[in-house]
Design a protein around this ligand. Structure first.
Ligand SMILES: Nc1ncnc2c1ncn2[C@@H]1O[C@H](COP(=O)(O)OP(=O)(O)OP(=O)(O)O)[C@@H](O)[C@H]1O
Ligand SMILES: [Mg+2]
Length: 327
């Protein structure tokens, strides 16, 4: 039995005056002990709902789940004692300083004052919050709040950690720092389930990736397995001018194998057989047609391509997740 197992999770919401939402639609998941599994999916895929179901914050309508053999639905108390979880939104006491918040969490978990203070100091250093540790959280920036929230999830070094979009809203340096922290935890034996919309993050951190869309797992494997399931090389063009999209589409269709796809903004991608030959033909055709290019290149399939292949849609990489309902 896997360390975390979920079978057939269904969760529906019936918002007033709106159609029923099937947030989870028969979701299955397995996470091996001491590994990182990433739930990768776009906005609204069901990532937060999955984490909430596994961390006992909501009760699924159907399905079952266990963590370390303990039934999540039957014994939520035992589950809560063995997990750490960070929400997508910081849950901290605004009037306390960062340091005090962490000490408070430690005390809540019965660490004892001395140990709670020690752990708070360690985490303040780990998350690079030394300069701000004596300021009340109400004056913290969004990124500082994220870090305090994450530090809070790590106070008791839980055997299982759920991280819902841990690096959303972090600047690049903090993101790298957090990746290091997660890798260290895992090398010490922690089992991690994290959600992300960042393909790069899943690639970098996860032993196994479950791609989710509309409440279901639509593919799983290692990053390499997922990429090789898509196969082949790609040619990607980025336009200077969006209005050239139709013309470029036509050129890519002529020289590629299969449908050109828009990968966000002004970048278009098509699978090709022979990368160098196709690239030079495509760039030549664009030049002949007078289409200015911002960028042109070959690449191996990315997880973006995987998502596109699986769903027919690009994985939206929105920057405004924080404005989405906290639900
Ligand atoms: N409390 C709720 N009431 C109504 N609908 C909800 C509620 N919670 C979630 N949903 C809906 O369920 C679906 C899945 O939501 P969920 O928050 O799990 O997605 P997500 O993958 O975490 O998305 P994001 O990347 O934006 O955080 C969405 O359509 C969402 O609108
Ligand atoms: Mg979410």
């Amino acid at each position: 039995m896997a360390f975390i197992e979920a079978h057939g999770l269904v969760k529906t919401y019936t918002p007033k005056g709106a159609p029923i939402v099937r947030a989870l639609d028969g979701l299955d998941l397995e996470v091996a002990e001491g590994t990182v599994t990433a739930l990768l999916g776009p906005n609204g895929a069901g990532k937060t709902t999955t984490v909430k179901a596994l961390t006992t914050l909501i009760t699924p309508d159907e399905g079952s789940a266990t963590i370390n053999g303990i039934d999540v639905l039957a014994d939520p108390q035992a589950i809560r004692r063995m997990i750490g979880a960070s929400g997508q939104y910081a849950a901290v006491d605004e009037n306390l300083t960062g340091y005090e918040n962490l000490v408070m969490v430690g005390k809540l978990y019965h660490l004892g004052t001395k140990r709670a203070k020690q752990r708070a100091t360690e985490l303040i250093e780990l998350f690079d919050l030394v300069d701000s540790q004596n300021r009340p959280v109400k004056g913290f920036s969004g990124g500082m709040r994220r870090r305090i929230d994450l530090a809070g999830a790590l106070v008791i070094k839980p055997p299982v950690l759920f991280l819902d979009e841990p690096t959303t809203g972090l600047d690049p340096r903090s993101r790298l720092g957090l990746w290091d922290v997660i890798e260290k935890l895992v090398s010490d034996g922690t089992t991690v389930l994290l959600t992300t919309q960042y393909l790069e993050e899943a690639d970098r951190l996860a032993d196994s990736i479950s791609v989710i869309d509309q409440g279901k797992v639509i593919a799983k494997g290692t990053a390499d397995e997922l990429k090789s399931s898509v196969g082949g090389q790609r040619v990607a063009l980025t336009l200077v001018d969006e209005s050239d999209a139709d013309a470029v589409r036509g050129i890519l269709a002529d020289h590629g194998q299969g449908e050109p796809a828009q990968m966000g903004g002004r970048t278009w991608v098509v699978p090709v057989d022979d990368g160098p030959t196709a690239l030079s033909a495509i760039v030549g055709a664009a030049a002949a047609a007078g289409i200015p290019l911002h960028d042109a290149g070959m690449r191996r399939p990315t997880l973006d391509d995987v998502f596109l292949q699986l769903t027919g849609r690009a994985a939206e990489q929105t920057d405004d997740e924080t404005t989405e309902a906290a639900a």
